[in-house]
Design a protein around this ligand. Structure first.
Ligand code: HXC
Length: 284
């Protein structure tokens, strides 16, 4: 399936709306913010490094013609999020969309994972998502808004070198289901997006060895890495009225990647499974 590079959404779809985005200074969350703004929303992006969020906010405003402010803080410290929400309300008067996207990751076997290392990733990903929810939820109730947490597919299987992130993202999925159930009656929707391998992100650039990229791509059913816009289109849908009956879900945007985690190592995929010529089993 070729990449969808142009928006299929109405250009003013998000006009009058305000997004609050943790981790919006780069990668996937920057890309989602850009598309929300390109469709009319204003935004506040929140990240640890002040210079980075400030320059990202400037760039987003310039690129889209909507307004973005950068706010620095740490999702592990709820008081920094509470101050950021206050600043966002002072600036824009409302929050309609929240993205809990700040994340931490590194590759480490369980042997090399200290208690502090495990806790650090749980605190950034799981506690950080809780803190983001907790500090924005009153505003979302007022606007009958919507929250998206960025999850992953790592925890669907026993992914080596990622025990910490797998545990953290499983917690994110569980939390978002509970938010959907407890806040649905108050008009708030909550969902996760679980990205697969997305090109041009810190996660892939830093964590995926370059020599494995071609082999990995050939093992993905849709035969390519995803783009940041692939994730942004899903976020736009989930925030749009088209998703008004969608809550408590995980949208997996991975080209079918995680279904292949049980594939037979070394099998000539996809040729052996294409259905052309010989029976697949005889090619293995
Ligand atoms: C083992 C490690 C380690 C490594 C850090 N630690 N890196 N252990 N292997 N490679 C340990 C440290 O030794 C320490 O434990 C503990 O983790 C905390 O480390 P700090 O550096 O003090 O933490 P901090 O400064 O808060 O930084 C957090 C971080 C860092 C997660 C370690 O990498 C970070 O800030 N990352 C943010 C950006 C990021 O990772 N983005 C990518 C997200 S991608 P000890 O015991 O020594 O004190 C993503 C997508 C998932 O999430 C899907 C990917 C395919």
């Amino acid at each position: 399936m070729a990449q969808q590079t142009a928006s299929v959404f109405r250009p003013d779809l998000m006009k009058g709306k305000v997004a609050f985005v943790t981790g919006g200074g780069s990668g996937i969350c920057y890309g989602i913010t850009k598309q929300l703004m390109a469709h009319g929303a204003n935004a506040a992006i929140f990240g640890r490094r002040k210079a980075k969020v400030d320059s990202a906010a400037q760039e987003l405003s310039k690129e889209t013609g909507s307004k973005c402010i950068g706010i620095s803080g740490d999702v592990r410290k709820i008081e920094t999020l509470e101050a950021a929400v206050k600043q966002t309300i002072e600036e824009f008067g409302r929050i309609d969309f929240v993205i809990a996207g700040a994340a931490g990751n590194f590759l480490a076997p369980l042997d090399g994972l200290s208690s502090n290392a495990f806790r650090t990733v749980l605190e950034i990903d799981t506690l950080g998502t809780f803190n983001t929810f907790k500090s924005t939820i009153d505003e979302l109730v007022k606007t009958k808004g919507s929250l998206i947490a960025i999850s992953a597919t790592l925890h669907y299987t026993g992914m080596p070198l990622q025990a910490h992130v797998s545990a953290a993202k499983a917690g994110v999925d569980a939390l978002i289901r509970a938010v959907a159930v407890e806040y649905g009656p108050r008009g708030v929707r909550a969902n996760c997006i679980a990205p697969g391998p997305i090109a041009g992100t810190e996660g892939m650039d830093r964590l995926m060895p370059k020599e494995l990229v071609d082999k990995h791509t050939s093992m993905i059913p849709l035969q390519r890495y995803g783009s940041i816009d692939d994730i942004a289109w899903t976020a736009l849908f989930l925030f749009s009225p088209a998703a008004s009956y969608v809550t408590g879900t995980v949208s997996i945007v991975d080209g079918g990647d995680w279904h292949m985690s049980g594939a037979i190592g070394g099998a000539p995929y996809p040729d052996a499974f294409s259905g052309a010529g010989e029976a697949p089993a005889s090619k293995l």
